[in-house]
Design a protein around this ligand. Structure first.
Ligand SMILES: Cc1cc2nc3c(=O)[nH]c(=O)nc-3n(C[C@H](O)[C@H](O)[C@H](O)COP(=O)(O)OP(=O)(O)OC[C@H]3O[C@@H](n4cnc5c(N)ncnc54)[C@H](O)[C@@H]3O)c2cc1C
Length: 399
């Protein structure tokens, strides 16, 4: 059965997230974008409203919601402020390796506290010399007695200076690439763990991004996730779970851009008529609308796959690649529709434009999604019409 309707509970959650975005995000988005301050009071409110850490199962104190619920919530909040939503959502990304591979004890110890008070977990995979090529991780780990010793640096880690703990990916031997990767839970107050100064960013300025350094940091052996050599699989499973939400982020931002443009063309006049009366402008709005509808359908399919079938690697990459490219195009067109006003910071368009760009970069670039999909078409994909090549072979064209 195909059904595009949200359930009553999903609609209530969507309305709650929409109200939160309108009351607590939109009015403050400009301030936090300008100052680059960490929006802790907004995130605290989000936590109190129960709109954070949605993936944590009920048995560990969370709401135990599925990927569809996470995505529809994220779409609403990203329409309010992309940067704040990144800082909110990164807990879900950081906690996912524990959901994927954690033991009951690890889940109890590290997931439950996220539901009892506002705490932060960051996902630490990327490094100064490596982002797309996860198997190329250089951060080293070696077993010493009942501990692991961690040495190396991570870069681009969202919320790092605020994190209570990290999920960290490191290698027993970088020459063995993905076979040697391990994942760990690392408490932020572990001696030898230090975070760097936040970097100045083009967009998502309400989220803090910094490096994390490990110098002989002693990680108790019980903090390894899924055993030695399983880190690569844990990272890939994590991305398959979280990429539908990045597509939903992009859909929310794009929707906001369309709505600002719609409002503007109904007011602004040029050549003695409203901008919205020009067919060229209507066609731009139509293109934007089609891409938003397609983005939403794709993230819902990916989220549905996660919730009902399991591995959503392929639909998640389709949704992430399509929706994030679409958001960049839509933000650009919405800015264009605003003319010069789109280019100044008294209108929200230039912020949306700057914020949209990140979606094509983090959690696997647009190119990485296409690598995954290209490989899928050449290997995993089952042709629906296998008789066609056979028919052509038996009936060669008669030139
Ligand atoms: C604001 C921000 C927040 C972030 N937050 C986090 C976080 O919380 N945790 C975390 O671990 N990481 C985080 N990242 C890192 C992010 O995931 C990486 O930046 C991203 O994966 C790309 O890696 P890179 O920057 O090293 O680029 P590279 O991997 O060096 O890629 C550079 C370019 O080459 C392309 N490219 C690379 N390989 C190929 C290939 N095989 N074929 C074709 N093209 C290729 C890429 O698509 C890209 O266009 C964040 C990044 C930013 C900017």
């Amino acid at each position: 059965m195909v059904d595009f309707r949200l359930t009553h509970e999903q609609q209530e959650l969507q309305n709650k997230a929409r109200r939160f975005a309108q009351e607590y995000m939109i009015p403050y988005a400009h301030y936090y974008d300008k100052t680059g301050e960490f929006p802790r009071p907004i995130i605290q409110k989000c936590w109190e409203e129960g709109l954070m850490n949605l993936s944590i199962p009920k048995q560990y104190g969370g709401p135990g919601l599925g990927s569809i619920e996470q995505c529809i919530t994220v779409e609403e909040m990203a329409a309010g402020c992309a940067g704040m939503t990144t800082s909110i959502y990164v807990n879900t990304l950081g906690a996912e390796p524990i959901l994927v591979a954690g033991t009951d004890d690890q889940k109890e110890k590290y997931l439950r506290p996220l539901t009892e008070e506002l705490k932060f977990v960051s996902f630490a995979c990327s490094e100064p010399g490596m982002g797309s090529d996860v198997a190329g991780i250089q951060t080293r780990v070696k077993k010493e007695g009942s501990n692991y010793l961690l040495n190396g640096s991570k870069f681009w880690i969202t919320n790092a200076p605020h994190a209570d703990y990290f999920t960290v990916f490191a290698s027993l031997d970088p020459s063995k690439r993905h076979k040697a990767l391990c994942a760990f839970i690392v408490d932020a107050d572990t001696p030898g763990v230090k975070t760097g100064r936040p970097v100045e960013k083009m967009g998502h300025r309400a989220s803090t991004t910094s490096s994390v350094m490990f110098h002989d940091a002693k990680i108790p052996e019980e903090n390894i996730l899924g055993g030695e050599g399983n880190g690569f699989g844990i990272a890939m499973k994590t991305f398959a779970m979280t990429r539908p939400s990045i597509a939903a982020f992009a859909t929310g931002l794009a929707r906001a851009a369309l709505e600002y443009a719609r409002d503007y063309v109904n007011k602004r006049e040029a050549f003695t008529q409203k901008l919205g009366e020009f067919e060229v402008i209507q066609f731009k709005l139509a293109e934007m609308y089609m891409k938003i509808e397609a983005s939403r359908a794709l993230y819902l399919k990916a989220a549905w796959t996660t919730d009902n079938i399991g591995d959503a690697t392929v639909p998640a990459s389709v949704a992430k690649a399509y929706a994030t490219d679409a958001a960049m195009e839509i933000a650009s067109e919405a800015l264009q529709i605003h003319g010069g006003y789109g280019y100044i910071d008294q209108y929200p368009l230039e912020k949306l434009f700057r914020d949209a760009k990140l979606y094509q970069i983090y959690e696997g670039t647009s190119e990485v999604q296409r690598l995954i999909l290209g490989r899928h078409v050449l290997s995993g994909y089952e042709p629906a019409m296998d008789k066609i090549p056979k028919w052509y072979a038996e009936n060669p064209p008669d030139f």
